[in-house]
Design a protein around this ligand. Structure first.
Ligand code: PLP
Length: 371
């Protein structure tokens, strides 16, 4: 098998779910987004593991993601978080996924599609309380809830989304508290109209870590299920231990001595300042190792970190292992993983761990291990 692989630690996944359940309480439902191939971890395998761990709902961003789960015989409720175009309504109804809805047009379109296919469909009313992405304004919530029922759809839940719940800045904390209040007020107005809102849910990972009042009937943890941030204690008053699930590793395939003054890789951006040994790793931006990490990232071989030198190529990169290397050809090099989280790597290129694991290319095999 190709030496560059993403080892997926299912034991760590189970651990993270346990930690979340310990925090929010065993009675709360858990809905885990497996969108974008489960944040790069492999949607079908991860979905099966999550359901075995007692997760009640899955969530996806696109209808084709839902269809892939159904094709793998996954029958659990699937929330569709993103909006879709009318051409996708037949497949949406066929998969039976519970779509987020936010306007009359979409509700009417889905209701008609379900009627034409002689079936029922449940939806979740999405209320925009401050994300500014999809959702109705809170004042519209009771009339849309009524419209859903009058159209013949069932209302499985009411939801909102929190854009700064993962921040510790005072203004973001005020904003999130105000959002949760707007949301619970809107839910009350739905109840006051004599309508059962179904499952009420708001909390993403940030909400789970910082806002117990956002836990409501169900939580929607994404990134914390996959083990990030690897040090959440800075955000929380309580202790929750998260373990990264993905480890990106490769092997040393070539080593050679180079003299002081030798340049390495495209563009000659790095030149040896001493005689040293350069090792080549068969991983590059074609695998999802961002080229902007060139001359910045270190990789770990047997507890020691070695710098990537010169530009990262599409399929390969080079590290300086020093003049008297402890490294041997065929040694395993870890780019990130448990104990060596992708948080620092993400910060280096001004992004977040989500984008790092999502960017690991399909050609990198996912290897599932139980620890
Ligand atoms: C992706 C997503 C989540 C999970 O977000 P995390 O920050 O990964 O916990 C929750 N809710 C919605 C609507 C989402 O799109």
């Amino acid at each position: 098998m190709h030496p560059t692989r993403a080892i997926i630690h299912l034991g760590n996944l189970a651990h993270n779910i346990e930690e979340i359940r310990r925090l929010v309480g065993a009675h709360r439902r858990i809905c885990v987004p497996v969108k974008a191939d489960a944040y790069g971890h492999g949607a079908i395998r991860i979905a099966r593991e999550l359901l075995a761990e007692g997760v009640s709902h899955l969530a996806v961003a696109t209808v084709s993601e839902a269809a892939a789960l159904r094709a793998a015989d996954i029958t659990a409720p699937i929330l569709l978080l993103g909006l879709v175009i009318p051409e996708e309504y037949p497949l949406l109804v066929q998969t039976g996924c519970e779509a987020f809805v936010a306007d009359k047009d979409q509700i009417a379109g889905l209701a008609l599609q379900a009627k034409q296919m002689n079936t029922s469909l449940a939806v979740h009313l999405k209320i925009d309380t401050g994300m500014g992405r999809i959702g109705c304004v809170p004042q519209e919530a009771p009339s849309l809830a009524r419209y859903i029922l009058d159209s013949g759809l069932s209302l499985a839940g009411v939801a909102t989304h929190l854009p700064v719940a993962d921040s510790a800045k005072p203004q973001d904390i005020d904003f999130t508290h105000a959002q949760i209040k707007r949301f619970t007020d809107a839910v009350t107005s739905i109840r006051d109209a004599g309508i059962d809102p179904g499952i009420v849910h708001a909390a993403n990972s940030g909400g789970i870590l910082q806002y117990p009042e956002s836990w409501l009937d169900m939580v929607r943890p994404g990134i914390i299920v996959y083990g990030y941030p690897s040090d959440p204690s800075s955000l929380t008053g309580h202790t929750i231990e998260l373990k990264p699930v993905m480890k990106l590793e490769t092997r040393v395939v070539h080593m050679k001595k180079v003299q002081k003054g030798t340049s390495i890789s495209y563009g000659r951006t790095w030149t040896a300042e001493r005689d040293t040994v350069i090792a080549t790793l068969p991983v590059g931006y074609g695998d999802g190792l961002a080229r902007s990490l060139s001359n910045r990232l270190t990789v770990r071989i047997a507890e020691t970190d070695y710098p990537i030198v010169g530009r990262i190529c599409m399929d390969q990169c080079m590290i300086d292992v020093g003049p008297e290397p402890a490294v041997r050809r065929w040694d395993t090099a870890v780019i990130f993983g448990p104990g060596h989280g992708a948080d620092a790597l993400a910060r280096m290129i001004d992004t977040i761990p989500y984008e790092i694991t999502c960017s690991i290319a399909p050609r990198v095999p996912r290897v599932y291990v139980t620890e």
